[in-house]
Design a protein around this ligand. Structure first.
Ligand code: SF4
Ligand code: SF4
Length: 383
């Protein structure tokens, strides 16, 4: 059986020469750019531009990775390149400017698309997704994700990055249509199959651990990952951070629905010096103390009652001392009537209505002041 190759290349920092060399080595290890993308094709780069943040906070794909990738593409004769994302908060232009990506794109004459024009695409479960036309119409999408933790799906890497292909306001609709980790993961797999990236790159030079995907802590992982199989790439990400890949819903559905594989016997981990085993990967590149949710995934069934009672559920909490009462969390809540509101007036932090809350964690993801934390709630009668 043909194995899915995942390139793992060491890159100690964002020094331009280091990033370019590592990217080149990784691309060669998975067969070379020319085996993946034709010179005449329209290429769309899809970085993670979830919201505005300085690059050192490790919220967005680092501009140096984008610079190196565009340089390599252009040096190899690829001319039709654009870049785009639909952000959770703010505009791609503003976020790209804050992160230092705007000047990279201008230097290379690569236009930045805002993904505001979308097309309705039906899904297998009878619902629909509003997908950016640019993502559907390009010839070759290159997904350039950031290695981060995620409150709902545990990690955000190759697969989750494509949620940025959902156009603007329709992202909120996606969260209400798919209100738990399993249904959201299922949708993400279908979305990946619709936009079908040709190549997945993950920026793990500096990753985010803890309260990700936007309020966590930067941590040096010193790697770039590359693959044509997003499930295999995310599985290698899991191994690097000592997380059981079967705990990640997108991995499970990704295999069932045919997007890729999380089974180690079907994955080949390649480095610049050849193939390595999972053990070697962990020893050479892993960080076993990476702060990520490693609690065992519970089986559905009898324990669902506990979930109904609110036991074991994760919930967002506002850290009052950090809250600036900006209202971004209220604005981002997709639930009708809002599950987080200024019930105590605008001079006090918003409060949660957990009966309404669908635990999509958009509020935690969008809070610009790292004032929202997701914690496991154990007792149905109190915090
Ligand atoms: S987004 Fe964050 S800082 Fe702003 S009101 Fe909500 S909790 Fe407070
Ligand atoms: S309160 Fe937060 S977690 Fe709950 S539904 Fe609203 S945005 Fe989602």
């Amino acid at each position: 059986m043909k194995k899915s190759k995942v390139a793992v290349v060491a890159c100690p920092d964002y020094e331009p020469a280091h990033v370019k060399e590592s990217l080149q080595k990784g691309l060669e290890a998975i067969g070379g750019l020319e085996s993946l993308i034709g010179k005449e094709e329209n290429i769309l780069l899809k970085p993670n531009l979830v919201r505005s943040a300085k690059r050192e906070r490790a919220v967005v794909t680092d501009p140096e990775v984008m610079d190196a990738l565009i340089t390599i593409l252009q040096e190899n004769g690829y001319e039709n390149i654009s870049c785009g994302d639909s952000c959770g908060l703010g505009t791609p232009e503003g976020i790209a400017k804050e992160a230092g990506l705007k000047e990279v794109l201008e230097k290379h004459n690569v236009p930045l698309k805002d993904f505001l024009t979308s097309e309705r695409v039906e899904t297998a479960d009878g619902k629909f997704l509003m997908i950016a036309k640019d993502a559907l119409d390009c010839d070759a999408l290159i997904s350039v994700s950031k290695m981060k933790t995620h409150a709902l799906e545990r990690i955000t890497g190759a697969v989750k990055n494509q949620y940025g292909c959902i156009s603007g306001v329709y992202k909120k609709l996606g969260h209400t249509q798919y209100p738990n980790a399993e249904s959201f993961a299922h949708m993400l797999i279908e979305l990946n199959q619709k936009v079908a990236p040709r190549l997945y790159i993950c920026d793990g030079i500096v990753a985010m651990e803890g309260n990700g995907p936007t309020s966590g802590d930067p941590v040096s992982m010193g790697v770039l990952l590359m693959s044509t199989d997003p499930i295999a790439l995310d599985t290698v990400f899991c191994h690097l951070v000592n997380l059981d890949p079967s705990y990640v819903p997108t991995n499970l559905y990704g295999e069932t629905l045919g997007l890729g594989t999380w089974h180690d016997d079907r994955i080949e981990i390649v480095t610049a010096d050849g193939t390595i085993s999972e053990e070697e990967l962990k020893r050479k590149y892993g960080n076993p103390n990476f702060n990520v949710d490693r609690r065992k995934a519970r089986k559905k069934g009898a324990l669902d009652l506990l979930e109904i009672l609110g036991v074991f559920q994760s919930r967002p909490y506002i850290i009052e001392e950090k809250c600036k009462k900006c209202g971004v969390c209220v604005e981002s809540c997709p639930v009708e009537g809002k599950a987080v509101r200024f019930d105590n007036g605008r001079r006090n932090p918003p409060v949660y209505d957990y009966k309404k809350c669908i635990r999509c964690f958009c509020c935690q993801e969008m809070c610009p002041h790292q004032a929202i934390q997701v914690k496991k709630h154990r007792l149905p009668w109190g915090k």
